[in-house]
Every structure is written in C-alpha cells, then in structure tokens.
Design a protein around this ligand. Sequence first.
Ligand SMILES: Cc1ncc(COP(=O)(O)O)c(C=O)c1O
Length: 1021
Amino acid sequence: MNDIIAFWANALRQNWGLDARLTRLDGEYDLNFLVRATNGQDYVLKVMRPGCEAELVDLQVKALEHIASEAPGLPFPTVFPDLQRGYLPRIEDHEGVPRLVWLLECLPGQCYAKSAPKSEELILKLGRVLGATDRALERFTHEGLARGDFKWNLTQAGWIEQHLDAVSSPARQAVLAEICSEFNAISGKLAGLPSQAIHNDANDYNVLVEAEPGQRPGVSGLIDLGDMCAAPRVCDLAIAGAYIVLDHPQPERALAALVRGYQAANPLRADEVELIWPLLRMRLAVSVVNSTLMALENPDDPYVTISQAPAWRFLEDQSVNGGLMPARLRVACSLPVTDGAERIHAYLSAHRGQFAEMFGQGLKDVPIGSLSVENSVWPQNPFHMPLAEAARVGEEYGTEFWLGYYNEPRLIYAEPGFRKGPWKASDRRTVHLAVDVFAPAGTVLNAPISGRVEAVENRDSHLDYGGVVILHHETPQGDPFYTLYGHLDPEVCDRLNPGDPVAQGAAFARLGDVTQNGGWAPHVHFQLALTTNGMRANWPGVGDPDELELWHAVCPNPAALLNLPDDKVFYRPTDKQAILQGRQDHFGGNLSLTYDDPVMLVRGWKHHLFDEWGRPYLDAYNNVPHVGHAHPRIQAVAADQLKRMNSNTRYLHPAQTAFADKVLSKLPDHLEVCFFVNSGTEANELALRLARAHTGAKGIVTPDHGYHGNTTAAVAISAYKFNKPGGVGQADWVELVEVADDYRGSFRRDDPDSAQKFADLVDPAIAALQDKGQGVAGFIAETFPSVGGQIIPPKGYLPAVYEKIRAAGGVCIADEVQTGLGRLGEYYFGFEHQGALPDIVVMGKPIGNGHPLGVLVTTKEIARSFDNGIEFFSTFGGSTLSCRIGKEVLDIVDDEGLQDNARLMGDRLMTGLRQIETDFGSVGDVRGMGLFVGVELINPDGSEGREICKYVKNRMRDHRILIGSEGPKDSILKIRPPLTIEAEDVDMILWALRDVLAEVGDYSPPPSCDHDHHHAGCGCC
Ligand SMILES: Cc1ncc(COP(=O)(O)O)c(C=O)c1O
C-alpha cells in the first residue's frame, strides 16, 4: 500500500505540481486518496478503475464545470486541471495499466448520515441546494446521460417487479407489490414530464454538512455525480427524500421540509408534487430489492442485509400516513391543497349568508366562549379529562347557545391518543380544527348545504364523538368537499345510510346528551375538509400546533357554512413575539430570558408546563413549585384564606403559630424562633442583622461563587454577583473562601482529608477580617453550593468550618433556600448530611410553592440579641395567607411522601446519569443528591464546556425539557425538578440527554471518521 501511495504522490507531483501526503479513502472499485498538499489545501485524487468508461467520468467533470459556471455558489467540488490544462489525464499506474485520473477539491463537513441533529432547517437547506442544482443542470447536455438500462434510473424502476419473489417474506413482497402498482399508476404522468440531467443520488453519504462556529449547520457539499442520468427533476427530489425519511423521528415533516426547500429554489407544479411520494417509495423498493439480489450473490456479506433495515423500517411503519402526503407536500410548496381548493374557497365565501342555518337561527349574535390553554382551566389536570369534568366543560358560558373557536389550542384532549410519542411531554394535538356550537341536548341540526351521507357512525368510546355524520358536497363545478358533525344523538345511525341524499336545510340529526355523545357537555363539533385522503371517516378533530399549515389547508375554518365571518370564530393565541417585544420595550435588559428561542408558559400541572399553543414541557428546572405547579391544595388554601381575610403579624392568628410549629418540627431542638419574610433575600438580610446584633462584629466569611439574594447587603455576600465584570466588587467586611468543590477545587475526591483541608481555608479568612478590624459576625453558605455548580461538599466540611467560626465568635448561617424541605431525598435539610448544627437557617423559594415567602429560624439567644426595642416588621412576611400556604406546602411534602419520592427519583436519575457519564466523553462529572443534581460538561481537554452546556440546554428545550445551567463558567447542567417528578419523566430526561449528547459528540470536537462508509470527497476525515 505504501508503494502505491508513494506512486500516486509522485504522479500528483508530476502532473499537477503538488507535493502532498496521500491517505487512501474507501471506494468500491476506484482508488481514491485524500490529498493533504504542502500548499495547505486538501484535495481528493480519484484514480478510476482500469477500463472505466471515459464517457461517464467525462460526464461528471463536465457537469461540475457546468454547475460551477451556472451556479457558482452551489457546494460542488472544483475539478483542478493538470499542468497540461487537461482535466482527466490518462496515467499509467505502477503496473503500467492506463487509468483515468482527476483531482477534485476536498469539501469541508461530514456526511449528513453522521451529522446530528437532522433538523428541518438543515433539511430545508438541502432541498434548496438540490433544487438549485437541478435548475443549474436544466440545460446541461452530455452523451453520457443516456445510460440505456440503468437500474438506478427511477423512471425505469419497474425492473424490480420481476424480482419480488427474491424477497422471502410474503408480507414484504405484498408491500413491494403495492408500491410497484402505485408506481405503475403514475408511470404515464412520469413519462409525460420533461427529462433533464439530474444528480440522481443525493443519499445521506453524498451530502456534506458543516456548522461554521456559532452558526447553524448548512450543506457544505453535494458530491459523487457518478449516478447522473436524464430523468424528470422530481426523481432527484424523491431520491433525496428516500434517505431523509429513514429513521427520522418525524419523517413526514422532514420530507415536507426538503420539498419546501426544493420548491423555493426550483418551483414544482402540483402534478409533479403528487409524484414525489410514490417515487420515494419506489426508490426504497429498488434499494431493498437490489440489496436482496446482492445478498443472494454474496450470502456471506451481512452488511448487504443490514443496510436494508432502515428502508424496511420505514416501508413497514404503519404510523406514516401516505394518504395525506400529497396534501402535506402541496402545502409545503404553498400550492392549493387539492386541485379544487381555490374554487371551493371562492364558492363558500360567495355563499356566506345564504347557507341554511344549522340551528334554524342566525348565530351572529351568539356569544363565543374560549376553552383555550390560556383562558380556561378545563381540565384541571391537563393529562386527564375525567367524565365528570367533560360533562361540564364550558359551563361558565351557560347552557344555551354558545360557540367554541376554530384554531383554538385546548388541553381538554388529554388522553394519550392525542399525543405522538411515549412521553407526557411528547408532541400533542391540541388545536381545534372545527367550530363548536354548544346547545341543549336534543337540539335539531339542519344541513347547511345539500349533500349525501359519506359516513354515519356511533363512536361510543370514552370522550369520542358518539353519533357522527360526514356529508359529501360538491361545488357547482363538481369539486368535492366534506362536512363532519360530531357528538350527535346516535339515533341518526338508524335513519341515515351512506349514500343517502340530505337536502339543504333538512333536519338530519340532533345533539346527543352526555350519555350519548362521548361524555361531553352537549354541542356539535362542526368541521370542514377539502379532502378525505388519508383520513377517510377518521378525521383528526384537533391538530398538532406545529402542523397547522397543513391542517388549516385540509380542514379550513368552516365559518362561512355557519353564515359567520371567519374572524368571529378564529382563535388567535397571545402572540409570543408581541410579548417579547413588550418585554424589550418595558423592562431592563438584564431581566434575562432563558433559551435562544424563549418559551411562553401559561399553564402548569405538577412537573409539567404548557405554552400558549398547549405544547407540554417537562419542568426539570424549577424548584419553586416544590410540590408541583397548580397544586389543588395550594389553590384551595389560598382561595379559602383570600375569601376570609389576609393581614399581618401585628394581629394574632392561629395560622402563624401553626406554620411556626410545622417549620420547627423539621429542625433541631435548639432552633426555636421563626421570622417570616417575603423572600430568600430578605431572610438573608435579616440573618446578617441578627448575626451582627448577636456578635457586635461586622465581618462575614462566605464561599466564592455563592448567591444569597438581590439587595445591597445580600449582593455583598454573593460573589456570584459582586465579582462579575461590572459587579460592585468585594466589600471590606467580606472574606471569600474557596468552594469545597472536590471535582475541580484544590482538594479532590481521592483525598480522604479534603473536608478538613477545605475547612482550613477559613482560618486565613478569619484572620484577615480580624486584621481589618471587622471581627467575625459569621459564616454564611448555601449548604450545597448551587449557582456555584450543584456541589456536594465532602462530608464533615461544614462542622469543621462552624467550629472555627464559633471559636472566632461568629454565628453560622445555613442558606437552605435550594437544598431544604426534602429535595435531597435522604435529608430534609442539607446541613443534616454534613452533621452540622447551624445557628440560623434560611429558607425561601420552595416554601411558598410560588407564593413569595421566606423564613428564618434561629436560637432563642440570637433572637434575644436582636430584640433591642426596635420593632421588627415585614408587611407581607407572615401574612395570614403566607402562613397558610407555607404550612400547606410542608404538609403536602409529608402527606404525599415527596421527600421519599425525591430519594427514589433522584437515585433513578443519578444511576442513569452515571451511565451517561461513562458513555459520553463530554460529561466530566455527575453529582447530586435526591433531586439536586449537576452534570458538568467538559471540552476534550477537560476544561469547562460552556458552549456545549449552552447547546445542550437549548436542545433539551427542543425536546421539551426545561433544565438550567450554572457554575462559574456556566458549564454545569442543573437538574432540579419539582418533587412530584415520576419515573417516566426521569427516563425522558435520560433519553433526551443521551440523544443530545450524541449530537455533541459531533458538535465538539469534530467527529473522527470511522471509515466504514466513505465516498471519495467526503470530508469526514
Ligand atoms: C441559595 C439562595 N439564597 C437566596 C436566594 C434569594 O432568594 P429570593 O430570590 O427569594 O430573594 C436564592 C435565589 O436564587 C438562592 O438560590
């Protein structure tokens, strides 16, 4: 091999004048080399197999030249002429055999097959490149394009029909036979389309992807024109599509993105778009038949069959709705969803006001009620709609006539059947595609327009339609459209049959009652559809908010048929962009927003949140909703108290002492006195005052990178704030000590004395305060530093520190805002883990579950020192409402076993994360206790992976999981969900994190190529 490399390096020098290091690349028949030239450039040298048809290589060279001149911006490699200005010299190899040789530019990037994520944005860019390529090739001619019988020419794909019996499984043969018959059905149309030069093999190894630093990935190369031929352009698109859909989590959307991109560069006609789906399937059929035949020829090569697996997975996937694909792709191309769509819209608009009134009365003045995510709380639990609630939905709008919106995102569709994916936070269909008319059961329905019965059924399962009728109508030009009426009295099934005519204005059904209509408050769900392809009688009544373009086209607003203006019934959720703009206009720039694409959240339940479109998110970040979002007991206690009175601590109320008793029951006996305030900040401010009052000193020792609040004094003890660029800097009464971080700090986990060694760092801090005359008022620390990076100090650290502080006369303050109240699972407070006894304990955030509340607890002696005759008063601290809520939170933690749940779920999470740590190089450390967890991400050199962390956090949000990032270099993922989290949610976090970290493997550092599938010119290595 070395001889061959030396030979071709020499040939390169002689013919192209380049000195270079050559590395062999894979190639089925040809010799391909990656060329690293001393001029700093990379090339690919292709030495064609002996006897290779010169015409086919010439075809590629000429096509590349043509593209370069027609569309110089397209990512195709340049071909470099030799010293004689020839592009394709014939050079004798080391055995004296003449070979055609050409030198190409080596394009950057890695194969699409190995890049991740395969986002719709990237696929759209690929579509654009392919469309522009076909445009550039439109006028390209070459004799080599007429390839005679060529198995990869999709117009000739019918050859596989004679080989279907090579496929052993009868079920698979049937799949292929069906694809062939669909192909035969379109072959006439295909033959009628103009033929042109096409790339013909934009497979996932021929597309290169590159992300410029800080940019989103784009297509950096489309390589290997070896399969070029003449065919209709739509074949090129279908072939690319055949690879894009494989193993894509959302193949339909991926294909639509590809087609949308293609369309933007090279507009297709509707008759071409209709061919994409059958052609795509035929291409996959050709692939599997071809490799089956190859397997028969090479029975020992397992790769041949393995390579079929993704294609079979796709072809046999029942969840892909092929019937809907033409509509989906037409919409992606901004073409009318059906040939008659524009005429139907014109007809309906023109006759608005002339249709028969469905309820015998005009609906213009009927009120409209919203069941949207934002406006309504039906159902209370967005993951479960009990029959009792379904029967009462919208009761606030009365029992007479009222309308329900089209395009309204609702959470009332709560059953798992409405979601796509295994998790509670998976994609969910929420957006209503019909208009509802609520009216008393038994109200008669008249047909707004004449038609015939397409379907009539009683769908009697839980929360289904009950009686349902679909009518078929036609415009005067004969364009069909359909209307659906759900939640009817099923007696309609006894009277109507498919095919029966229904005259305009005819009373054809009546509204079912709750026992007949699926269980809902009586109403009709009235939906219009322009096609039933892919739906038949099973129309989705609600759509995924991320597929609305499709659903608006297939099932448009039916207002015209109700003689209503479209706007009256068209729901518009709050516009996120407008809210964002409002924030920018009216708030300070340092009021930060999480995520590159911020989320707007309008509902919550336990550990899930919902945006304005009803998209669910798993909340794995927020510790304030300690017992879960929208907890019914918190709602009840708050409402109950607000109905009575809400006052302050100047008056007696049993709620104050009840709350104090509950708090103190969780603490060591020496802590006996409570102060109620409004926030963690206020509690820490007060802690400073108590410490100073008790000691007469001012100085405070505190760990670096800590956070204790946002007021002047709280910031002064929060290095996380005062030490930031632009921060106020360190006060002379504050001394910092290193955080007891045994992963990155001065003393590591393998050091058995690390706790004492970290504690000893307090000595010089005490000395410094004393030298400055500040004295030692105390030591304050987050028991487990949180913003510092979710750190668990080595056991024994705090007692050792406390001993030193007390010896210097100071008091010891434990800030348990992050760690307290059972989050740690094994311990109710963090100081218990340390075996330390603080003099002051500060609680905040979770103790109010969202209600502003802070609590400080201390000893009788310290409280006495503070009681100097000046009143202590916090207007809202300890309000009746706050006390009731605070006690309720602590009671719920006990009653629902949430501390225990934190331990169990924390263990599950940590076990999974530790496995992830071993599997992914970018995970440096996993640490935590209960549901207080940190995952430190690192660069290949072990340094803090800030960029990786940012990427992971944003991608987790794309997976609908909210987590945070922390640490001095913002390189630590912070996982800190409400204590209600369940096993399936923990599993979702682990699944998504694996998925995202796999992308990071490709993200930073660049991947190392495994050489198992290499086309010359691939920039993988
Ligand atoms: C450890 C710690 N202490 C105090 C505070 C301040 O609490 P608040 O924001 O309620 O004032 C925070 C807030 O993040 C905190 O994390």
